[in-house]
Ligand binder design. Structure first.
Ligand SMILES: Cc1ncc(COP(=O)(O)O)c(C=O)c1O
Length: 445
């Protein structure tokens, strides 16, 4: 039970901001920095929850939103299309990893995962295979907080809702357990066997889709799969006639040094969902990229794709998202994400070298994770350390993301960093310095 703090709750009646906890009240922000009401400057090294692709209040995004706000703020998608939506769908088609990509837009990562579920089930109905209704996902994973998306998640956030959730996360993600002792080749075989076993157990004729995060996000802090894994899942999905749906809510829009996580391995999913970095926090926004073969089926259907949400295709969100894509291109931010990601990774390795409590440094580009352990021989999780390290970082005015995750009777302890793609050397080093101090202050258990 979190301590009740009258000083906050007497004046703040929003359940949104962790009620009962005393949080700094943010007043303004720029780039990677947030200032609170007391004038304290915070370094936001995780973009809140991996949201800030271009940092806070990027001038080009603010301008794009302002200009759109003066022209058109809402259309209902069954009544009107709108220009920013048409433009954004064209840009998504250019950067999507699949052939002849189409796009669909929502307001949050969870909504887009729900839309992917709707699309997958309806697709199989349209092509005459209505029995394909089951979904397979992996553990650990996180796909969102609405019940469909939570049902796909192999995450601690299921607790309290398990009795109403579908049992979808049945395949263990490879490389998620650093204690496994498996070689990379064994890990690859293990990960693919997990997916194949799940497909066979459910009966491929019953399965609509396999959902996965190409590189894990909130659940396990940037676990990168072995080379060949995503291509192997693609091959399994093809062999068993199942859709491959990648959740790129965290990994999309340059976060890992490529437009998409799947781009590191040149794999084409059937659908891909995105959110978070797509508007760098300027407006709630998300979407899906859909391969042409699937889109054709809906384009030809009498009702098209009838499921969505009231704000689907919101013109302000679309205008900002299009400006994010243009800015990433104009400013070479995929390259910067890859380069600064390397610098950050090296800095984290140095921290790991001087602490017994870092069991692994992992990630791609500017999505980097640290797994926290009691010691480097046993690699057993250092209980409670994800939150403890985030608290020690906060004492140094550094924000990082905690990812404690249950896995086979243990709770993995890890933290994640996701600074803006336009970060420079100086700010990378500042994150590493403050985090290094926080790690040194971790108590041994
Ligand atoms: C991979 C992934 N998918 C979906 C979601 C849900 O996104 P939202 O909170 O915007 O609904 C998250 C949120 O952290 C996520 O990490």
């Amino acid at each position: 039970m979190v301590a009740y703090d009258r000083r906050v709750t007497d004046t703040d009646y929003s359940l949104t901001a962790s009620p009962g906890r005393r949080l700094p009240v943010a007043t303004h922000a720029s780039g990677m920095r947030i200032w609170d009401r007391d004038g304290t400057e915070w370094l936001d090294a995780c973009g809140g929850a991996m949201v800030m692709s271009l940092g806070h209040c990027h001038p080009r995004l603010v301008k794009a939103a302002q200009e759109q706000l003066e022209k058109l703020t809402f259309t209902y998608r069954f009544s009107f299309s709108n220009e920013p939506m048409i433009e954004l769908a064209g840009l998504i088609r250019e950067i999507a990893p699949m052939d002849r990509g189409w796009a669909f837009f929502n307001s949050s990562g969870s909504e887009s995962v729900e839309s992917a579920i709707h699309l997958a089930l309806l697709y199989w109905q349209h092509v005459g295979k209505p029995g394909k209704t089951e979904l397979i996902s992996r553990y650990p994973s996180f796909h969102g907080s609405t019940l469909g998306a939570l049902g796909l998640s192999g995450s601690r956030w299921r607790q309290g809702f398990e009795h109403v959730l579908d049992d979808n996360p049945v395949a263990q993600a490879p490389n998620a357990d650093i204690r496994s002792g498996r070689t990379p080749a064994e890990e690859l075989a293990f990960g693919l066997q997990q997916v194949e076993d799940a497909l066979v157990a459910r009966g491929p004729e019953n399965v609509a889709a396999v959902f996965l995060e190409p590189i894990s996000g909130a659940s396990t802090a940037a676990v990168v799969p072995p080379d060949g894994y995503l291509a192997g899942v693609r091959a399994l999905c093809d062999r068993y006639e199942v859709l491959m749906i990648c959740d790129e809510t965290v990994t999309g829009f340059g976060r890992t040094g490529q437009w998409w996580g799947v781009d590191h391995w040149g794999v084409q999913p059937d659908m891909l969902s995105f959110a978070k970095g797509v508007t760098s926090g300027v407006t709630p926004f998300s979407g899906l990229a859909i391969g042409g073969e699937i889109a054709d089926v809906f384009a030809a259907a009498p009702e098209g794709f009838p499921f969505g949400h009231t704000y689907s295709g919101n013109p302000v969100g679309c205008a900002v998202a299009a400006e994010v894509i243009r800015t990433i291109r104009d400013d070479g931010l995929l390259e910067n994400s890859a380069q600064m990601g390397k610098r950050l990774h090296e800095g984290l390795l140095e921290i790991a070298g001087s602490s017994p409590h870092i069991g692994q440094v992992r990630g791609r580009g500017l999505l980097q994770g640290l797994e926290l352990v009691t010691d480097k021989d046993s690699l057993e999780p250092l209980a409670g350390s994800s939150y403890a390290l985030a608290a020690l970082a906060r004492e140094r005015h550094l924000m990082i993301y905690s990812c404690p995750t249950p896995l086979r009777g243990r709770v993995i302890e890890a933290v994640m960093l996701a600074p803006p793609l336009n970060i420079d050397d100086r700010d990378v080093d500042e994150i590493v310095n403050r985090l290094g101090e926080a790690v040194q202050a971790l108590p041994s258990v």
